[in-house]
Design a protein around this ligand. Structure first.
Ligand code: DX5
Ligand code: ZN
Length: 219
């Protein structure tokens, strides 16, 4: 699966950015990744709930909301209620991530848990059993256009093994520095869903960029 990140799109034209990754049936984006940053958990500030509500009405692509915010225990369910398909919170920020996963699912969304590059997987396995997706950050969260950190692929391999052996049931997602150069190594390590911002919206044809990445994964 491919989830273009609108962080790299023109924020005055988000509906057009969503439409630009549809592509031919079967070749376009699977999800639209929405980076919510609060200038506290990360140094950058982006968009919030009103924009997600408007986007929900502007596209039928499933919205994959990545909350890089303090206190997701308070705010995350609002994104589920606004119609997000998947709401991802950071394990470093959530106070009661198991309760939060239950609340997100009760509100009709999939629950996602994200980890910064330096956060180890093992201490959080009991929490991950309550989640539908694991978002492995392959850059420090906060900004698009950074270089992929290959060292996080060990975490991806471990997660893949735990899923394949039935110890976890979740999709493994990767976020940061994904492009046609890096997508193959991530696919080999066992990623299910690839987030890409600048590689998609920095291209002349975002739909062609999505297709090119898909071809790399299949190769
Ligand atoms: C970074 C965000 C990413 C970002 C990725 O904190 O979580 O989703 O959009 O951008 P690229 O693909 O440019 O690294
Ligand atoms: Zn993201």
């Amino acid at each position: 699966m491919i989830a273009p990140s609108i962080l790299a799109a023109d924020f005055a034209r988000l509906a057009e950015a969503a439409a630009a990754v549809r592509g031919e049936p079967g070749s376009g984006a699977d999800w639209l990744h929405v980076d919510v940053m609060d200038a506290h958990f990360v140094p950058n500030l982006t968009i919030g709930l009103p924009v997600v509500t408007s986007l929900r009405a502007a596209t039928d692509l499933p919205l994959d909301c990545h909350l890089m915010i303090d206190d997701p225990d308070r705010w995350a369910v609002g994104y589920a209620e606004a119609g997000a398909h998947n709401v991802t919170v950071h394990v470093e920020a959530a106070k009661d991530p198991i309760a939060l996963a239950k609340d997100l699912r009760a509100a009709g969304a999939k629950a996602g848990l994200s980890m910064k590059p330096g956060t180890p997987l093992e201490p959080h396995l009991d929490v991950l059993r309550h989640y539908d997706t694991l978002l492995v950050m392959s850059v420090e969260p906060g900004f698009g256009g950074q270089e992929f950190m290959p060292e996080v692929l060990d975490k991806v391999r471990t997660a893949r093994r735990l899923v394949d052996t039935g110890h976890l049931t979740l999709l493994v997602e990767i976020d940061g520095g994904i492009n046609t150069e890096t997508v193959e190594a991530a696919a080999e390590a066992g990623v299910d869903c690839f987030v890409a911002g600048s590689a998609v919206y920095g291209a002349d044809r975002p739909d062609a960029a999505v297709r090119a990445m898909r071809e790399q994964i299949a190769a």
